[in-house]
Structures are given as structure tokens and as C-alpha cells.
Design a protein around this ligand. Structure first.
Ligand SMILES: NC(=O)c1ccc[n+]([C@@H]2O[C@H](COP(=O)([O-])OP(=O)(O)OC[C@H]3O[C@@H](n4cnc5c(N)ncnc54)[C@H](O)[C@@H]3O)[C@@H](O)[C@H]2O)c1
Ligand SMILES: O=C(O)C[C@H](O)C(=O)O
Length: 357
């Protein structure tokens, strides 16, 4: 019988093995240690880190990124539960080598050498809360993680999911400016879920396949700042005033719809993981040098007088290489734009002041 001390040691070793930077495929009791395995690295591809990988978004996102053939190394970081998530995801027979990192002490190892860092770390909303109510907790989390990025992978593209995105992007930008590593092309607030929702709801109204619809959604990522440009839907189509009112309201409040349906158990996780994986894939294809990759994202921009604004961007090797103007907007959209800007200016200011004081 194994004595309890040895058993405890064995257990610690087993946990540590899931955090070990080698492909975790072999059980030691088969007589072969993982470090003896012939595979030492992944196939050519990009190195991606997910910060907040054990969360509601983080777990399905880890699964989806493990399935992405452009990813050769996948680092999963969280302050809890990464050994289990890493062990689980690492058994998928896809190309990416998965490594787990647990707690602040391992943040730097998690980030070193990364090409793309995706951040879904932070608390989600409960019914009755606004995204801004999350600022108190999430602002500090985003600051710490971005300080790590500035130190360990300053050239990485950052996909920021943590809410309130309208403020956390400004927080990240100020952290990077302070560190002298800020590259506005590489800091991207993720608003892909707004586009996915807009495509879905518009397709429902039109009675078509959502995969054939593309709705630009600009502004920001909270309530009235989410501005679907229904006059620019492709393929071109028209809506009645009632349809426009219904669609605008449903797209702007899609997040709240999920928060209320989950009744205290969090906010969108599965559709968000899908959206984040889609956006990350677009960023990786851009990094690879693919042409014509256009997505909406909340980025530094001169499209309006605001320092950050969600709009269509072209993704390339340098990140958001081109930012497209809003294009022709109708009267309804112009009124929506004014409302969006009023709220956005305050959220951006709040984020920037958190770092600048
Ligand atoms: N941009 C968007 O469209 C969008 C959509 C949905 C959710 N969100 C936001 O994403 C965030 C995460 O949502 P969720 O449902 O996954 O929440 P969750 O609570 O299920 O998971 C969050 C994870 O972050 C981890 N975490 C907390 N502090 C951390 C730190 N300092 N370092 C690393 N990890 C840390 C937690 O341990 C947890 O595993 C929320 O802020 C939510 O509002 C954004
Ligand atoms: O609504 C939320 O709080 C989460 C997210 O921003 C969403 O749009 O689903």
C-alpha cells in the first residue's frame, strides 16, 4: 500500500504534469515519462494564450481554439481550475500543443512568446446589472493581465472580451502606453457577438440563412452604443420602420436577453466563445497574410471624434491595418450615432482615468 505522503506527492506531480510545458499525452504509470516522449513541440503555426481559460467563455473557447489548425501552441491561463481544463482539452487529437498555467506566478510563462492573447477573464453580469457595474472588479483584472502582456509579449495581438469593453480597451491602451509598448493596430475589443446576433435576428426577419447575411455593427459594446447599420446590410435589403425598431432594440439588448434567461447563472458564454473563436481565427488569418479579412471591432480610430470606436477593420500581419469609415448612414442611424457617442465618451474616459488617474 502506498503511504499517504507518497500518495500526496504523486497527486501533486499529476497536477503539475498538466501544467508542464510538454505535450501531456502519456501517463507515467505506463513506464514512459512525458519528458521521454518523442514529440517536443507543435506543428508550425501561431501561439495563442487564453486568459480566463477556465471560465464560462474560456472553456468552450479553449476547445474551439484547440480545433483551429492555425494554432500550434495553446496556453490556458486562469487563477483557478486550469489543470483540469488543460488535461481535458489536451486529449483532443488536433495539432495544437496545450499547456496550462495557474495563478499570477505563472502569468509571465503563460504569455512569453505569444502571437495572440485572448482575454475573457473577469466577472459576468447578473440580471439588473449594466456592463459598467462590472468595472470595479474587471478593471483591475484587465490592468494586471495587460501589464503582463506589455512585459512578456508586447508585439502580440490582443483580443479583449472582458466587460465593460467600452472601458477595458481604454484601460489596456493606457497600460501599454505607460509601458511604451502601445500599438493601436494590435489592441482589438471583441464585438463579434453583436454582429453574430445582428446577422441572426436580421436573417430571422427576412426568412433567410444567417450565413448569407452581413450586418455591420458599429459604436461600442453596451446598450445604445451598439449601433447596427441596417441600411448597409449585405445583400442589400429593406425593412419596415417596425422591423427597424424591433431589430435595433433586439440587437442592442441581446446580451441582456441572455443574462435574464440565465437568471443569475451568468451571461452569454457559448455564443461568445463561438464569436471569439471566429474573431481570433480572422486575426490569425490576417497574421498569416491572407487578404481581404474584414471584421467589426472596437479599436483606436479617427472615424469619429472619439479615440476608440467599433467599426469595420481590415485585419492583416500588423493587426487592424485599415479602418473603414462609417459609410452613408440614414437619419435613424445618425440619431443613434449621437446617442452612442454620448455614452461612449464617458465609458472611454472612465477606463483611461483608471490608469492615468
Ligand atoms: N465582449 C463580449 O461580447 C462579451 C460577451 C460575453 C461576456 N463578456 C464578458 O466576458 C467576461 C467573462 O465572462 P464569463 O461568462 O466567462 O465569466 P466567468 O466568471 O464564467 O469566467 C471568468 C473567468 O475569469 C477568471 N479570472 C478572474 N480573475 C482573473 C485573473 N485575474 N486572471 C485570469 N483569470 C481570471 C475566473 O477564474 C473565471 O474562470 C465578463 O466580463 C463578461 O461580461 C464579454
Ligand atoms: O451582456 C453581457 O453582459 C455579456 C456580453 O457583453 C454580451 O453582449 O452578451
Amino acid at each position: 500500500m502506498m503511504n499517504p505522503q507518497n500518495e500526496a506527492l504523486k497527486r501533486i506531480e499529476r497536477i503539475a504534469s498538466h501544467l508542464h510545458p510538454l505535450p501531456p499525452q502519456m501517463e507515467e504509470n505506463l513506464g514512459l515519462r512525458r519528458s521521454d516522449c518523442r514529440a517536443k513541440g507543435g506543428a508550425p503555426g501561431f501561439k495563442v494564450a487564453i486568459l480566463g481559460a477556465a471560465g464560462g467563455i474560456g472553456q468552450p473557447l479553449s476547445l474551439l481554439m484547440k480545433m483551429n489548425p492555425l494554432v500550434s501552441v495553446l496556453h490556458l491561463y486562469d487563477v483557478v481550475n486550469t489543470p483540469g481544463v488543460t488535461a481535458d482539452v489536451s486529449h483532443m487529437d488536433t495539432g495544437a500543443v496545450v499547456r496550462g498555467f495557474l495563478g499570477q506566478k505563472q502569468l509571465e510563462d503563460a504569455l512569453t512568446g505569444m502571437d495572440l492573447v485572448i482575454i475573457p477573464a473577469g466577472v459576468p453580469r447578473k440580471p439588473g446589472m449594466t456592463r459598467d457595474d462590472l468595472f470595479k472588479i474587471n478593471a483591475g483584472i484587465v490592468r494586471t493581465l495587460c501589464e503582463g502582456i506589455a512585459k512578456c509579449c508586447p508585439s502580440a495581438i490582443v483580443n479583449l472580451i472582458s466587460n465593460p469593453v467600452n472601458s477595458t480597451v481604454a484601460i489596456a491602451a493606457e497600460v501599454f502606453k505607460k509601458a511604451g509598448t502601445y500599438d493601436p493596430k494590435k489592441l482589438l475589443g471583441v464585438t463579434t457577438l453583436d454582429v453574430a446576433r445582428a446577422n441572426t435576428f436580421v436573417a430571422e426577419v427576412l426568412g433567410v440563412d444567417p450565413r448569407t447575411v452581413n450586418v455591420p455593427v458599429v459604436g461600442g459594446h453596451a446598450g445604445v452604443t451598439i449601433l447596427p447599420l441596417l441600411s448597409q446590410v449585405t445583400p442589400p435589403c429593406s425593412f419596415t420602420p417596425e422591423e427597424i425598431a424591433y431589430l435595433t432594440d433586439r440587437i442592442q439588448n441581446g446580451g441582456t436577453e441572455v443574462v435574464e434567461a440565465k437568471a443569475g447563472a451568468g451571461s452569454a458564454t457559448l455564443s461568445m466563445a463561438y464569436a471569439a473563436a471566429k474573431f481570433a481565427d480572422a486575426c490569425l488569418r490576417g497574421l498569416r497574410g491572407d487578404a481581404g479579412i474584414i471584421e467589426c471591432s472596437f479599436v483606436a480610430s479617427q472615424v469619429t471624434e472619439l479615440p476608440y470606436f467599433a467599426c469595420k477593420v481590415r485585419l492583416g500581419r500588423a493587426g487592424a491595418e485599415e479602418i473603414f469609415p462609417l459609410g452613408p448612414v440614414n437619419e435613424f442611424e445618425r440619431a443613434g450615432l449621437e446617442k452612442a457617442k454620448k455614452e461612449l465618451v464617458e465609458s472611454i474616459q472612465k477606463g483611461a482615468s483608471f490608469i492615468k488617474g
